[in-house]
Design a protein. Structure first.
Length: 311
């Protein structure tokens, strides 16, 4: 029971006591209401005070809880691990240097927010990033093992401040009803290839590609006239998600649905691949021109990962 529960017709100016029906001026607060109960209805006021006192004691942290909270911020405590994981995620996703853990600003922020947390050293953070890379690679391999179709794009990137060139390989695929892109590799290019490219490579590729599409479309059209049904449908809105559109037609056009998913993984432009490849230039900035090739590969891979694949 609180003080205001003993009054009715409470407004910004007055309130009526339930016990003696006296009109009390409130002045926008409950000070006069408490004074009236304390002077005229002391037993009821004591009840309100006991309730408030008991609620206050309920919030008091016990000694065991205090020790448990302190243990959470030790070297192997769960709070320390959670905050360290968040720092690693921030460094990889925001292309921040490892030495940011030594900066006064970040240390001051964490000191204010979590004073019991001990910031890991620069070498410890580097080790944690390498461990996180191994964990995420294992998780991605497990996910990709259940995917049937992939589209791969390659991009060459030259880092101006170190005159190093890298070849990035990006995998595009559909998983969990969404398009995904992960930079699988960022390999250093040491020399220019002198192998001559046959003139008919492109023609052979296009003929093979077209024949595979024609074969798939024929098999789909022969089954329940799916191709004819598809051409009779109205065009979908340009802002609609093609995966959602084809998912709605899965029951009526199962054959074309499989064909569509197989070819929708191919990016319509080079933007997704170039966006991931350009992460190398952000990772290896002027202040980090001496970063090793192994660490560049790890950072670019972790940068390209969606949060749902971050383990």
């Amino acid at each position: 029971m609180n003080v205001k529960s003993n009054y009715t017709n409470i407004t910004n100016g007055t309130a009526k006591c339930k016990h003696c029906e006296r009109i009390i001026k409130t002045s926008g607060n409950s000070s006069n209401l408490s004074s009236h109960l304390r002077n005229k209805h002391s037993e009821i006021f004591a009840t309100c005070g006991q309730k408030k006192l008991s609620a206050t004691f309920d919030k008091v942290v016990t000694i065991s809880e205090s020790f448990k909270s302190a243990a959470a911020f030790k070297e192997n405590g769960h709070k320390t691990k959670e905050i360290s994981e968040a720092i690693i995620y921030m460094i990889c996703k925001d292309n921040m240097p490892v030495r940011c853990v030594e900066k006064e600003g970040l240390r001051g922020l964490l000191k204010k927010c979590v004073p019991h947390f001990k910031m890991p050293s620069r070498s410890t953070v580097t080790t944690m990033i390498e461990e996180k890379y191994i964990q995420c690679v294992g998780a991605v391999v497990k996910i990709l093992s259940s995917v049937q179709d992939f589209a791969f794009t390659c991009d060459a990137v030259t880092i101006p401040n170190s005159t190093r060139s890298f070849l990035t390989i990006t995998a595009h695929f559909i998983a969990n009803d969404s398009l995904n892109a992960i930079c699988l590799a960022a390999s250093r290019m040491d020399q220019v290839s002198d192998v001559a490219k046959p003139d008919d490579v492109f023609d052979d590729f296009m003929s093979s590609h077209n024949s595979s599409i024609l074969k798939e479309v024929r098999s789909a059209s022969e089954e329940n006239k799916e191709l004819k049904l598809y051409f009779s449908l109205p065009q979908a809105a340009w802002e609609s998600n093609p995966l959602d559109v084809w998912k709605s037609h899965k029951a009526t056009m199962p054959g074309l649905y499989k064909v569509a998913l197989k070819h929708l993984i191919t990016p319509g432009s080079s933007v997704p691949s170039e966006r991931l490849a350009s992460a190398i230039k952000c990772v290896v900035c002027d202040a980090r021109s001496r970063m090793t090739d192994r660490h560049i590969k790890q950072r670019v891979f972790l940068k390209s990962l969606s949060p749902k694949y971050w383990v």
